[in-house]
Design a protein around this ligand. Sequence first.
Ligand SMILES: Nc1nc2ncc(COP(=O)(O)OP(=O)(O)O)nc2c(=O)[nH]1
Length: 294
Amino acid sequence: MRFHYHRAMPDLLTLDCAGRPLCLDRPRIMGVLNVTPDSFSDGGRFHEPETAVAHARAMVDAGADIIDVGGESTRPGSEPVSVEEELRRVIPVLTALRAELAVPLSIDTSKPEVMRSAVAAGAGLINDVNGLRAPGALPAAAESGAAICVMHMQGTPRSMQREPRYHDVVGEVRAFLAERASTLRGTGVPASRIVLDPGFGFGKTLEHNVALFRGLPELMSLGYPVLVGVSRKSMLGAILGGRPVGGRIMGSAVAAALAAGYGAQIVRVHDVAATADALAVQVALGRTMGRPTT
Ligand SMILES: Nc1nc2ncc(COP(=O)(O)OP(=O)(O)O)nc2c(=O)[nH]1
């Protein structure tokens, strides 16, 4: 059975990361580098620039195509970090990574000041879990020249998991992402700089996350690359019968392969080697709904 190429999908095979292109001819791996003391699964492990750079290099060696540097935890119930503190955490790491690594770098932030400084320090993609909703975030991202990953979140990290509610989670998330993409395009940002992300675990119950995952083809039909981040998240813990964070590597790798099978172009993960294996098998044996089969 031939899978028809998404007509809505532009012939977009390269994400423009401000001079470091990310080719989307196959599923790509975004390696997570949390430079925080309190991230939900690896907080504090890479707090120092030296250890952060060493971990980033190891992720690239294991198959990461882009490194996502984050200075503020967005786990449920997390407290915001000041601009100054976030800059203190991420800028030295971005500066060192820019000099050491050839892959594109991403900054995981919602603050326009951090976006601007991070791009100046070498970030080629702005990853905003807040969907550019902070004052000044949209122009900062648009003017940066970097690629932009816009993610859906209901509420804020502090409150989002209290009582997530949707009438039609896939339809509502799709509409939000469509509006964000259209608004960015209206500022002159080309499609080649836009990535969309449904935001698994950000103001969603397990049922919402499952519906969104199975609804990925509807997000793909918007015609932009889709990024999926479920690595080590509590939705997998629930699916695995309450499995703690440290026991979710296999589940995360399987989910990454399934996301790629639905056509997601980028997966954001902590465990790069396991994910690289899972994606290699998926590409070799699986269906790729977002791309022609021959
Ligand atoms: N685009 C995108 N960015 C994200 N950033 C952080 C997290 C949360 O995971 P992690 O960074 O491991 O935890 P923390 O926020 O506690 O640092 N998830 C996503 C995601 O799903 N998509």
